[in-house]
Unconditional design. Sequence first.
Length: 600
Amino acid sequence: MSVHTAKLRLGEELVRMGAITQQQLEKTLASQRATGRKLGELLVEQELVQPATMLQAIATCLGVPYVTLRHGLIDPPLLKLIGAEEAERLHALPLFRVRGTLTVAMAEPQSLAAVDRLAQLSGCRIRPVLALEANIREFVRKYASGQVSVDAFLTSLAESDVEVIEREAQDEGPMTDLDRMVEGSPIVNLVNVAFLTAVRDKASDIHIEPDRKGTRIRYRIDGTMRELMRPPAGLHAAIVSRVKVIGRMDIGEKRLPQEGRVRIVAEGREIDLRLSSMPTLLGEKVVVRLLDKSNLRIRMSDLGLRPEALSTFTRVLKQPHGLALVTGPTGSGKTTTLYSALDLVRSPEVNIVTVEDPVEYQLDLINQIQVHDAVGLNFARALRSILRQDPDIIMVGEIRDQETARVAVQAALTGHLVLATLHTNDAPSTPARLADMAIENYLLSSAMTGVVAQRLARTICPGCATKYFPSEEVLRDANLETSAGQPFRKGGGCRNCHNTGFKGRVGVYEVLEVTPEIQRLIYRGAPAHEIRLEARRLGMLTLRDEGVRLAMEGRTSLEEVLRVTRDDNEDLGRDLSLEPVTDVADGDAPDPVAERKEAA
């Protein structure tokens, strides 16, 4: 492709974007032919096109990601890898390095010679992104001369509208001199930008961590950590103090962990923040959990269950009493599933009470109780008190100990529908986990009505989705050896997904209904693999089965499915080495199904 063709493509893209008219393009092209200068430079110089618009158009023409350089995006020490002189010659500026890959802003990212030279100098794999040459030159000279100061970083941040609208009632009080001093500090703007960036990128947590070189701010997005901001050295104590002031935490106490809570308005939305500080060797680390109600999908139909699994789960929730459990690791969406279940069963005709730690979202028609260990209000004690509040449905945020498990089972046996979460690997291993808490098998078989095990898998970014062919090993692990040669989808990485190839997450669910057959297995203490085999015979799809189905539909990749799920056969050998636990001989075993009917 000739340079002339490339310039025409750039002009045509700008016209297509509506940035300039065809007449303006033709006039500028005539001037370009007369002066020999670049088309983009002329359009920006004449103020016909803004630099950011020009950058986007060039990136579209070249098919590469682009970036607008700013303080906080650049790790200054990385400039020493290639040197300021070579950076100016190559029109390149290192931005950040992740696991041996150096992301470099380049005016000509398609130049293979420049990329090879950068790899030789840095000893890293180079991931080029497009930036304007003038922008690169400006930042190279600033960082090379040491002209970048804390004040420059702070003043470069745009004003951010983040408003604190609510604190805990018991923490409210008049504004102090310290509050007024911090409110007037540029640090406020930095913290606001950190919050806004997290809200816009739909992060679940913000990690503000001390570092030998200053502060590292990382976000958890779609379950994985990403570093998106690195303020200059000397700001960490001020940043932590600002966050602690927002949460009404004691800024003078730096030796003990603290917790806080606040509600803010960002992007026109109300967002609850849970703040936690922890002393570390290099200083205090603060983690902020963001609870954005606009991201909460509590309708059961929005969870993403298969129609058959959704029908099974709904049937479990329609039982007049019993114990329904949601299991999975931390961060797998168990609380959201429980809220969806409550949304399905709540009505003015039933009394629903929950006990949670913490109460993440407030729901209408539901009485929600916050655990407060400091005053002795734990799950077990709150659950006992709830039973005297004439409840129809009880939700327990988490069964953590034997006492809570026993009270929950007893509540289920005495005519209440109890919903709770539990940490187990899958649905069939749930009875064994409760048995470890000294809950008798005959009680479990009568109380349990169903179990949902779940994981969250990242979904493919629609902006960079592409076809690929998984390796033989991946196909074998997914039990898809017969699908060799069949294309699957994955994300190639783009600006919208921070070059991860994933954007958003989808639930992977394993729904086990306690049928009479499963009930008899639980009664005699059958190992997890026997319950799993019987459940599969009755139509249950395991987590791996559900995940592979999502990959075949193109919603996620096979590698992601293998990452978040376990092969059901992994535990089979371990289970087979265990003798089934039987309280009585099989021939003399009473029928738990008949016992349940009699109790009802």
